[in-house]
Design a protein around this ligand. Structure first.
Ligand SMILES: Cc1ncc(COP(=O)(O)O)c(C=O)c1O
Length: 412
């Protein structure tokens, strides 16, 4: 095998640039869909039979949910869900310590207090034991995240939610198409929130949706998202004070068009993800997330492995990721740290965000062992690699094998 690319050798996976699709992908049909809206002059959803309404129905149906409320991005989808279920000033909301910051900032945006819960490194999702231990009389809701498209263990989470009579919100920003025991995520809990930001598996650049099976929550969320107006009743009758979270018709038309190919893409990524995981397990030191037959479909956002430097003669993770990128495999370190380590959670930065009278959690002192171990070892590949097929996946594997074989050259 030739020299490592970091040491001046040829990049093992240089062909990935040619065979992995660029993201976001765009078809002629997608372009036509957006142009049709532009030409129609109906750019806002305040018309009967809007694209937004059509998309809500189609996406909810695909995700085994009764109702969908389309919004402008995934962050406000979470805020809308929290407002809809009645989370407000001073309430505590459980959130996993490993996620994108929006999961927690949506909580502070409605004046509530995020309480960090540990995750299981094997699955990157919430640790049910830690979830239950974190519940107090102030806990109103829990947000769980199907991290990297890996669903939470609903068999363990749902009984806890029921036992303590709290609300369950699913953050599905990474999990379009993901299933637990044959049912898609999103309305297994009380409400589920998705993002359609540019990097996501279904995208319109920006966008989001809230799903639910409950009539009362769907009706309330519609009202809140439309500045207190009843959807389909134009004019100036406002029943509550709220904000405007509406999705544009251009976003909705693009999403409707792209939704047509999502099921097939999800299937491809699921099958390819299993193949890649099997091959990586044999290398040692790059362990994919746990295999669980109850995860009947994985809609990937990241493909995650846990890197163990001991199997690479002590090579630090940052150097491993650098070497992998040099070989032509786009890879990263996920969000890099448990969320409570972000400067935003320093005491001095919280005083203007949380109500002054709430019990301020000591975020700076937190040290959740599962979250620490997971983030220290996490290496991510973007989901688009899984769309490219076996040749691409084999190049990922041979690049890692090459680094392992030549690790001494990086350590010298
Ligand atoms: C887990 C998670 N939740 C929420 C969001 C927020 O979505 P958006 O970027 O559409 O606001 C993201 C976006 O990356 C995310 O990864």
């Amino acid at each position: 095998m030739s020299k490592l690319a970091l040491k001046g050798g040829p990049a093992e996976a240089f062909r990935l640039k040619e065979i992995v699709p660029r993201w976001p992908m765009v078809s002629e049909e997608d372009k036509r869909a957006v142009l049709d809206v532009l030409e129609s002059g109906r750019w806002c959803r305040l018309y009967a039979g809007s694209k937004a309404e059509q998309f809500e129905k189609a996406f909810a149906e695909y995700h085994d949910a009764r109702y969908g409320i389309a919004v402008s991005n995934g962050t406000v989808a979470l805020e809308l869900a929290l407002k809809t279920v009645g989370v407000g000033f001073g309430d505590e909301v459980l959130v996993p310590a490993v996620t994108f910051i929006a999961t927690a900032s949506a909580v502070t945006e409605v004046g509530a207090v995020p309480i960090f819960v540990d995750v299981k490194p094997e699955t990157a999702t919430v640790d049910p034991e830690s979830l239950e231990e974190s519940i107090t009389e102030r806990t109103k809701a829990a947000i769980v995240v199907h991290y990297a498209g890996y669903p939470v263990n609903f068999d363990e989470v749902l009984p806890i939610i029921k036992r303590h009579d709290i609300i369950l919100i699913e953050d599905c920003a990474h999990a379009h198409g993901t299933e637990w025991r044959g049912r898609k995520v999103g309305a297994i809990g009380d409400m589920g929130c998705f993002s359609f930001q540019e990097s996501k598996s279904l995208t319109a650049g920006e966008g989001g949706i809230v799903l639910t099976d409950r009539d009362d929550l769907a009706e309330r969320a519609r009202l809140i998202h439309n500045i207190g107006r009843v959807v389909g009743k134009p004019g100036y009758e406002h029943y509550i004070l709220s904000s405007n979270y509406r999705m544009t018709e251009m976003q909705a038309a693009l999403l409707l068009s792209k939704l047509k190919t999502l099921p097939k893409e999800t299937e491809t990524k699921h099958v390819n993800g299993e193949y890649l995981a099997e091959r990586l397990r044999k290398i040692g030191g790059v362990e994919p997330l746990e295999r669980d037959p109850r995860v009947t479909k994985r809609g990937y956002y990241f493909f995650v492995v846990r890197y163990n430097p001991e199997e690479f003669e002590g090579l630090p993770k940052s150097l491993f990721v650098k070497a992998l990128n040099a070989e032509g495999v786009p890879s990263g370190k996920g969000y890099g740290m448990p969320l409570y380590r972000q400067p935003a959670f320093k005491r001095e930065n919280l005083k203007d965000v949380l109500p002054s009278w709430v019990r301020m959690p000591g975020y700076e002192k937190l040290n959740l062992p599962g979250a620490e171990r997971f983030t220290a070892s996490e290496v991510t590949l973007p989901h688009r690699i899984l769309l490219a097929g076996r040749e691409a996946l084999d190049l990922v594997v041979s690049s890692i094998e090459k680094i392992k074989d030549h690790v001494g050259d990086l350590l010298g």
